[in-house]
Design a protein around this ligand. Structure first.
Ligand SMILES: NC(=O)c1ccc[n+]([C@@H]2O[C@H](COP(=O)([O-])OP(=O)(O)OC[C@H]3O[C@@H](n4cnc5c(N)ncnc54)[C@H](O)[C@@H]3O)[C@@H](O)[C@H]2O)c1
Length: 286
């Protein structure tokens, strides 16, 4: 059986939600863990909880959209642990919802910076070393929003479609090269995390004047919080990720709710038909 003992996992967005849950599973398996996150207080707490599991854990305050901070993360990881064995490019935000004509450049920039550029930076910093060593697993957190095209969250959908494209392309590139580095594309449905409170991490310069702290109508926020509270626990997703690493599976889909929507989209493409998604991602649950 494959051993994870004393290997190293790096998880971006590791201070909360699915990132923290993945880190906890890796620690349970005896891996040392590097957590990178922009939220410093949550990062400190997360590191303490992972350390209490008896492995080495370090937290590196990192904004994944910053080239310099991602370079620093790479330097810290390499000097402390060497080339990572598992790399989870997971940090993400639910930036910019509502009708597309109301979106601002700031909404677009924030979503692209974190969800897309963060993944690009992660590959730039770590992929070369993993390819040279010819081993390791790269888990990219996309979303069912990257496999469907529901209205209501255009920047999020666009960035997650891009992450799916990156994961698929990288998988094929590595397969062509005969590389043993594995790629996994995590496409969760709704998971009970802090994603609906993403605005907490929106940089000041990308905030829209006049919109509240959440950027969302309070009634809509309450309704969405209710749906997310009863969604899948992140720990279950983390177990699916671990199983995919063990079994070298590319796709990691977390529930059955969206299968029909994904199939409908693919059927429409094959048959030259109009896009079928209506309502919102959340309407699939009602
Ligand atoms: N929760 C869901 O329903 C769901 C569904 C599909 C995909 N996802 C994706 O899962 C990933 C993890 O999100 P989550 O649901 O666990 O939410 P979360 O908010 O609980 O965790 C996201 C983490 O990313 C961090 N982060 C935000 N901006 C950052 C930045 N610029 N640099 C570094 N870290 C940053 C946050 O501080 C937080 O710790 C995201 O990519 C998200 O898009 C979530």
């Amino acid at each position: 059986m494959q051993s994870f003992e004393n290997k190293t996992a790096v998880v971006t967005g590791g201070a909360s939600g699915m990132g923290f849950a993945m880190a906890s599973v890796f620690a349970r398996e005896g891996m040392n863990v590097v957590l990178a996150d922009v939220e410093k207080g949550a990062l400190r707490e997360a590191v303490a909880r992972i350390e209490a599991m008896g492995v080495e854990a370090i937290g590196v305050p990192t904004d994944v959209s910053s080239e310099a901070e991602m370079d620093h993360l790479g330097d810290v990881v390499r000097s402390r642990f060497g080339v990572p064995d598992v790399l989870c490019l997971n940090a993400g935000v639910a930036g910019g919802g509502g009708p597309s004509h109301n979106l601002t450049t700031k909404d677009w920039k924030w979503a692209i910076d974190v969800n897309l550029y963060g993944v690009i930076q992660g590959l730039r910093v770590f992929l070369g070393g993993m390819r040279e060593r010819d081993s390791g697993d790269i888990v990219m957190t996309a979303s069912v929003a990257g496999l469907t095209s529901f209205p209501g969250s255009l920047p999020y959908n666009a960035t997650k479609h891009a992450v799916v494209g990156i994961a698929e392309t990288l998988f094929s590139e590595l397969a062509d090269a005969g590389s043993r580095v594995a790629v996994h594309c995590l496409c969760p449905g709704l998971v009970s995390t802090n994603i609906i409170r993403s605005e907490r991490n929106r940089p000041k310069e990308l905030q829209n004047p006049g919109k509240g702290a959440t950027g969302m109508d309070p009634g809509v926020q309450t309704m969405i919080e209710g749906v997310f509270a009863s969604a899948k626990p992140p720990a279950e997703v983390a177990e699916l990720v671990f199983a995919a690493i063990v079994n070298r599976r590319f796709w990691i889909q977390t529930d059955e709710f969206f299968r029909a929507s994904i199939k409908a989209r693919h059927r429409a493409i094959e048959n030259d038909e109009d896009p079928p998604a209506r309502g919102s991602l959340l309407s699939v649950y009602s």
